[in-house]
Design a protein around this ligand. Structure first.
Ligand code: F6R
Length: 368
């Protein structure tokens, strides 16, 4: 049941610390990352020389984020592709390709067909799934389950965070297999993942100002989202949540692309939500983002900036500042996504919509 919340989605947003903690639980055994089911040999994992991530919607955004971590840790090339595109072209796959299929339901038609196509080409398939015994994990060579618990709200929230954590563990498992990380480095990365449930819990305690902002901007016709690096897929996810729940035109951009077109959209009073890179973690990206924000502000944008609390540069240029705790750069999506989920849900509620059942959408898309 809804446990006192008006909607399942709100309950599921609140459950994110637990979803993360349960997903991580038990995956570090004797200093090594372990998967849930592995029907391929350790040698097969060692032989991986290229990774594809295939998924749809929110799960695809989780894959985009995972690419940064997997490439960084393994030095293997990672391509992330919409399952509906992957399956209809002729991707270069062989037995040393690992295809990671991310799906909450494990039944999404396009993702399942992408898995079948990959297997037909002799690639190995690893599933990240929230549903025990679903079709995608059944047809895969290895599985890592997200233990987020059942997700009832149509819009994915806690499964998104759990998918990122799971995909990061896949990255660490690969790094240990191919030998790009020493065992103690793998353990250290896992330990920082274990700190994220507490960080997310902290963000959740500070959501009232975000709800106020959402009410204030609820009648907007358009909201834009900007990010860089791992913040770019977060911007895409923030926009997806807002369009599917609140039926508002919302778009996410890589901030570096502004000058290549999107800045033409900026007009007086347009709300733009900015995911600010950590000034400490990525100073170059941070300062670039500060200039991007100045450019849109000069053209009249109202800026809502999600940033670390001691980010004085962000505070100086924000119309509204939403603080998130400091995390290592790769882990920032786990905290920066939360205010975007709350923003979208609150705008939808303010407009009188059922956030659990957005119009025209189904929880599990089993037809193409
Ligand atoms: C958006 C959302 C969808 C799903 C997508 C994939 O909030 O929930 O975009 O992420 O339909 O579904 P799964 O993960 O079940 O394959």
């Amino acid at each position: 049941e809804k446990g006192g919340y008006e909607y399942f989605m709100l309950k599921e947003i609140a459950e994110q610390p637990e979803a993360l903690a349960s997903t991580l639980l038990g995956h570090l055994e004797n200093g090594r990352i372990v998967l849930d089911e592995q029907r391929m040999s350790d040698q097969d994992l060692r032989d991986v020389d290229k990774v594809f991530v295939v998924a749809c919607g929110t799960a695809y955004h989780a894959g985009m984020i995972a690419k940064y971590a997997i490439e960084h840790w393994t030095r293997l090339p990672v391509e992330v592709e919409l399952a509906s595109e992957f399956r209809y072209r002729d991707p270069v796959l062989d037995r040393s390709t690992l295809v990671v299929a991310i799906s909450q339901s494990g039944e999404t038609a396009d993702t399942l067909e992408a898995v079948r196509h990959a297997k037909g080409q002799k690639a190995r398939v690893l599933a990240i799934c929230n549903t025990n015994g679903a079709q995608i994990p059944r047809e895969s060579d290895a599985v890592l389950y997200t233990h987020a618990g059942p997700e009832i709200g149509v819009a994915s929230t806690k499964c998104f965070l759990a998918q990122i954590a799971a995909a990061y563990m896949v990255g660490l498992a690969l790094a240990q297999a191919v030998g790009t990380k020493y065992p103690d480095e793998v353990v250290a990365e896992f330990r920082s993942l274990e700190e994220t449930p507490a960080a997310v819990a902290k963000v959740l305690e500070q959501m009232e100002p975000v709800r106020e902002l959402a009410r204030r901007y609820a009648s907007s016709d358009t909201v834009l989202f900007l990010g860089r690096h791992v913040g770019y897929p977060v911007a895409l996810e923030g926009a997806l949540k807002l369009k599917e729940l609140a039926y508002i035109h919302a778009e996410g951009f890589a901030a570096g692309e502004l000058k290549h077109g999107p800045i033409a959209l900026i007009e007086d009073g347009l709300p733009v939500i900015v995911v600010m890179p950590s000034p400490e973690g990525r100073p170059v990206l941070h300062s670039k983002m500060v200039s991007n924000v100045r450019e849109i502000q000069a053209r009249g944008a109202r800026t809502i900036i999600i940033a670390e609390p001691d980010d004085a540069a962000a505070a100086a240029i924000a119309d509204h500042l939403v603080p998130i705790p400091h995390t290592p750069t790769l882990l920032q999506p786990l905290v920066s996504t939360v205010p975007l989920q709350v923003f979208a849900a609150t705008v939808a509620q303010e407009r009188g919509y059922d956030v659990d059942k957005p119009r025209n959408l189904a929880k599990s898309v089993t037809v193409e």
